[in-house]
Design a protein around this ligand. Structure first.
Ligand code: CLF
Ligand code: SF4
Length: 475
């Protein structure tokens, strides 16, 4: 039943995008042509291109402690929840420490192509630290893309500086375009030495966000919009937000679930405001997708995240550790690694095109869960997976549709039964799970739950399509 081990590289889905009409590199059932110049700008950015996120990594540096607004889903003891998983604390760095860290990681993880500043407060409430960090990194590591995430309040004042520094990717978190909705999310905003409250505060924030978005478009800077979905408050309203940002040239929309727990100490956490379930989130993303593609591969990472989007290597580079490391940034070596990755991507793309050219009929769509360490390959032990990537397969296409975070099953060499139950619960809508190795005990329990364990070491496309053939024969 299991595909055999092989090292042949096959295909990889590569979606396409179009600026202003809203195309992006994210999952799409009808790929659109993208301007090659824009494709070039996103093809190594793991957040702006779903395809890139299998191959390229990002890192964040936590240089921005202050914030100028209050969101009801944020507790300022933790990282900015606009782009981070709530409840996480990052170590604050000076711009010099941050630049040192970037150079260390650029040497150790050459597939790291993007340096982002996303907290722990708002980067543009800390412009000196943010821009100094970008200056230092751009000077020493010109091939690293610079990326910024902001609540947008101070954005209109800084677009020129952002452009001058060649920051080509800016995210604004926009949760509303109606101040009545905004007043339920933002209790206050601090602007020009005054604290604004209620609808007046939300109106001010909204105007500044729209002005900033427009200015980014005029400056030809790619803009992603993050929106936090808060059931009962802005869930239906986000359709309107989607239309407004699309009309102003946003490149990509990332609708993220509110994560709200009493232990995070946020207003929403303490008042019992729930987050959406995965079905509600997907329904809203589908409703908003229209001409504008949705980002569906966001991992709500931390303000000091390091690695591929699905992995967290921040603990390998704590302040104590990275300050002891000598930067080994080497542009030539990095370019060699990137050229190798591009070759693999091209081979995957060619195999996909060949398959599409055969015009085979598509069958019933099924979901499969995949344990992967990246590269578009099934290359991780089932017991080591901290997340499973989910792909939709129809016999012709293998399309990334999301991910499920889990506690990994192997704890110090022993499998935990409760953890296995949770993993099975997380992927039980999948027909199969693909992993490089799956132990006997989990194999038995997966089968009982109706999830076929499939072992192999090859590209995700190849193993998923081989499994699909067997699935069709057996059903
Ligand atoms: Fe960081 Fe954000 Fe830039 Fe990416 S993250 S500043 S655009 S480099 Fe990416 Fe992380 Fe999601 Fe953000 S997965 S939380 S979307
Ligand atoms: Fe918190 Fe970020 Fe909102 Fe500021 S913008 S209150 S740091 S979530």
């Amino acid at each position: 039943m299991s595909p055999t081990t092989s090292t042949t590289l096959v295909t990889e889905s590569k979606t396409k995008a179009k600026k202003s009409s809203g195309g992006c590199g994210c999952s799409s059932t009808t790929p659109q042509q993208i301007d090659p110049k824009i494709q070039e700008r996103i093809e190594k950015h793991p957040c702006y291109s779903e395809d890139a996120h299998h191959h390229y990594a990002r890192m964040h540096v936590a240089v921005a402690p202050a914030c100028n607004i209050q969101c009801n889903y944020c507790n300022r003891k933790y990282d900015c929840a606009n782009e981070s998983r709530p409840g996480v604390v990052s170590e604050l760095l000076t711009p010099e420490e941050a630049a040192h860290k970037a150079l260390v990681i650029a040497g150790k993880i050459p597939q790291m192509t993007v340096l982002g500043i996303a907290g722990p407060g708002d980067p543009l409430a800390n412009p000196k630290q943010t821009f100094r960090t970008f200056e230092l990194v751009a000077d020493k590591a010109p091939d690293i893309k610079l990326c910024l995430s902001t609540n947008g309040l101070m954005l209109p004042d800084h677009v020129d500086r952002i452009k001058d520094l060649n920051v080509d990717h800016v995210t604004i978190t926009i949760n509303m375009v109606d101040p009545k909705v905004g007043a339920q999310i933002y209790p206050w905003v601090r602007y020009q030495r005054k604290r604004w409250k209620g609808e007046e505060a939300a109106q001010l924030l909204h105007e500044r966000q729209m002005e900033g978005l427009q200015a980014l478009q005029e400056a030809d800077i790619l803009c992603k919009v993050n929106s936090v979905m808060i059931p009962g408050i802005n869930d239906e309203h986000l359709v309107e937000v989607d239309e407004a940002i699309r009309a102003r040239g946003a490149f990509l929309h990332n609708i993220m679930p509110l994560i709200s727990a009493p232990e995070h100490g946020t207003y929403f956490g303490l008042t019992g405001q729930r987050g959406p379930n995965p079905k509600e989130l997907k329904a809203l993303q589908d409703k908003c997708s229209g001409n504008m593609k949705m980002m569906r591969h966001c991992r709500q990472c931390r303000a000091d995240a390091v690695g591929l989007l699905g992995e967290d290597r921040s603990q390998e580079f704590t302040k104590e550790k990275f300050l002891e490391m000598t930067p080994e940034y080497n542009l030539e070596k990095r370019q060699e690694v990137h050229a190798g990755i591009e070759q693999i991507k091209d081979a995957m793309k060619a195999a996909k095109a060949e398959r599409a050219a055969k015009k085979q009929p598509r069958g019933e769509k099924i979901l499969v869960a995949v344990a992967t360490k990246g590269g578009g390959v099934v290359n991780q032990h089932f017991g080591h997976a901290k997340e499973f990537q989910i792909f939709e397969v129809d016999g012709v296409e293998v399309k990334f549709v999301g991910h499920r975070k889990v506690d990994h099953y192997c704890q110090g060499g022993y499998g935990e039964e409760a953890t296995l139950d949770n993993i099975i619960g997380a992927i039980k809508d999948c027909k199969a799970v693909l992993a490089s190795k799956i132990g006997d005990c989990p194999q038995g329990m997966l089968k009982e739950a109706g999830v076929e364990p499939v072992q192999g070491y090859d590209t995700i496309d190849k193993i998923a399509l081989e499994y699909y053939k067997q699935f069709v024969v057996n059903n």
